[in-house]
Design a protein. Structure first.
Length: 288
């Protein structure tokens, strides 16, 4: 019984369910537009988000397969199911294909535009896993593209136009977070960083620091421009500012760089994120 439970846990972990939080980006357009709680609206996103969760999990499994040798040089990733040998390569390959097929089938059930966006997301993710993650700067833009495509998919599903300021905010925030993650990895692994991720040694000293600070500041500007037109939402800007500064603090102190892990494990960041959701909800659904 314990062995079976342990195997189920191993297979579940390889799907990286905590990373599914990124797919909540699909609900951002209706949530920020103040229509998510209208009758039947939230239900529209159930099938699309399942499709994206399956698609993202398939890319995570594929990436683990490709990076299995490099992950052996990482103090934490070497314990993952594939590099540690808990899940064999053939089984992992079958799982990746099955997840991909399920994601495409479910995505096709939505609408053609959403299906095309899902295909583009998978194409970018596959290209990233195979080659683009080895190219400096381009690797950051590939990660950012994943967030932008989720945002656009949400707009399509709920029939909401994505404003220019929201687009820029999400784009710059994703560059900021991915840069912070790279900087943390480079500092944490030191001389062995190149063995784990080739691009880490391609960035000159101070480059990732400067990029993180630049995009963090730009996020504050674009987010302020987005919320200022909605008047009372401007009071969420201090929360955004605190969140950015707290993330930078974590990265520079070596406490962690993964955005999802940081949000779930760092109490101040979690509280600020929760307050942001509550304030946006109150302003959009109670104030007006």
């Amino acid at each position: 019984m314990r062995k079976t439970s342990g195997m189920i846990s191993t297979y579940f972990k390889i799907l990286r369910p905590t990373q599914w939080l990124k797919n909540l980006m699909l609900f951002f357009p209706p949530f920020l537009a103040g229509v998510l709680l209208e009758k039947g609206e939230a239900v529209k996103g159930v099938v699309p988000i399942i499709s994206f969760c399956l698609a993202s999990s398939s890319t995570y499994v594929l990436n683990d397969i490709i990076d299995r040798e490099k992950d052996l040089h990482h103090p934490r990733k070497k314990h993952r199911a594939i590099p540690s040998g808990k899940i064999s390569l053939p089984v992992a390959s079958i799982l990746a294909v099955a997840l991909l097929a399920a994601a495409l089938f479910i995505g096709f059930l939505c609408n053609i535009t959403f299906f095309v966006i899902l295909l583009i997301y998978l194409l970018v993710s596959l290209s990233y896993s195979l080659k683009l993650k080895e190219l400096p700067i381009i690797d950051l833009f590939c990660i950012s593209a994943g967030f932008i495509l989720r945002l656009q998919a949400g707009g399509v599903v709920f029939g909401i136009n994505i404003s220019e300021w929201l687009f820029l905010s999400v784009f710059l925030l994703s560059i900021f977070l991915s840069t912070g993650k790279r900087l943390y990895e480079k500092n944490a692994m030191g001389e062995n960083a190149g063995n784990h991720r080739k691009t880490l040694m391609s960035y000159p000293a101070g480059y990732l620091d400067g990029t993180m600070y630049m995009t963090g500041g730009a996020v504050l500007v674009t987010y302020t421009m987005y919320v200022i037109s909605k008047h009372v939402l401007v009071y969420t800007v201090p929360l955004c500012c605190f969140g950015i500064l707290r993330y930078i603090y974590r990265v520079k102190r070596g406490l962690g760089g993964d955005p999802t892990d940081s949000l779930l494990r760092d109490v101040p960041l979690f509280i600020v994120g929760l307050l942001w959701v509550v304030m946006i909800g109150w302003c959009n659904y109670c104030f007006y």
